[in-house]
Design a binder for this molecule. Structure first.
Ligand SMILES: [Fe+2]
Length: 216
């Protein structure tokens, strides 16, 4: 796992204008560009590089995520499916972290891109060493606007937490599969794996495709 983009500084990260309609066309443009990028690139390294650049652009502006897909849950973090490619080559998910919420230690089994849209995240990587699950590097703070990668090639096991104990954080994840249906693992601290399939928190998706309104 590696961070491929630092958080943009100052004026390049934007908040939504209060009460403005979500600029959902940003997400539509992103998924169209992402599919075109996958048509042009097949190696994982290229996908992470070029896909990371697209995600960096998407999370640089916080004015497009509809409120329904930004709602935290008091019990545990939420994962809202925003889009799946029709060939399930990739999926886009908003992870919404309530104050202090955290994932278990888990893997993905496919490439993934993580971009912070709101707030910040703390990530701790792990790896197996002679059968033992050990921390791989230090806890890393992923600031708003930053993008990092995971995959079985670059490092696939981590635990992610909301960096804040008093507010919601939101990250946008892109995976090389319909991630909610992928069989993967959570790990006990001693490395014992347990199979899980995450599913999604939502049963309805945002409508990216209504072009009847000017500008959308
Ligand atoms: Fe993860």
């Amino acid at each position: 796992m590696s961070q491929i983009a630092e958080a943009p500084v100052g004026a390049s990260v934007h908040d939504a204008t209060p009460d403005a309609a979500p600029r959902i066309e940003r997400l539509r443009d992103f998924v169209v560009s992402f599919a075109e990028m996958l048509d042009a690139h097949s190696s994982e390294a290229d996908v992470l590089k070029h896909g990371g650049a697209l995600l960096s652009k998407l999370v640089a502006v916080d004015d497009w995520l509809p409120e329904d897909f930004a709602q935290p849950d008091p019990e545990r973090y939420r994962q809202y499916l925003l889009h799946t490619d029709s060939r399930e080559r990739f999926s886009v998910v908003s992870f919404v972290w309530g104050p202090g919420q955290s994932t278990p230690i888990h893997n993905h089994t496919v490439w993934g891109l993580i971009g912070v849209l709101r707030g910040a995240e703390d990530g701790q990587r792990f790896r197996f060493d002679q059968g033992n699950l050990i921390e791989d590097g230090h806890l890393e703070r992923l600031e708003r606007g930053a993008v990092e990668t995971v995959s079985p090639t670059v490092g696939d096991i981590h635990r992610v937490s909301n960096a804040f104990s008093d507010r919601t954080s939101i990250s946008i994840h892109v995976y090389g599969a319909n991630i909610g249906g992928v069989s993967r693992s959570v790990f006990a601290p001693d490395g014992t794996p347990k199979t899980f399939i995450s599913g999604y928190s939502n049963s309805r998706l945002p409508n990216l495709w209504d072009r009847s309104i000017a500008g959308r």
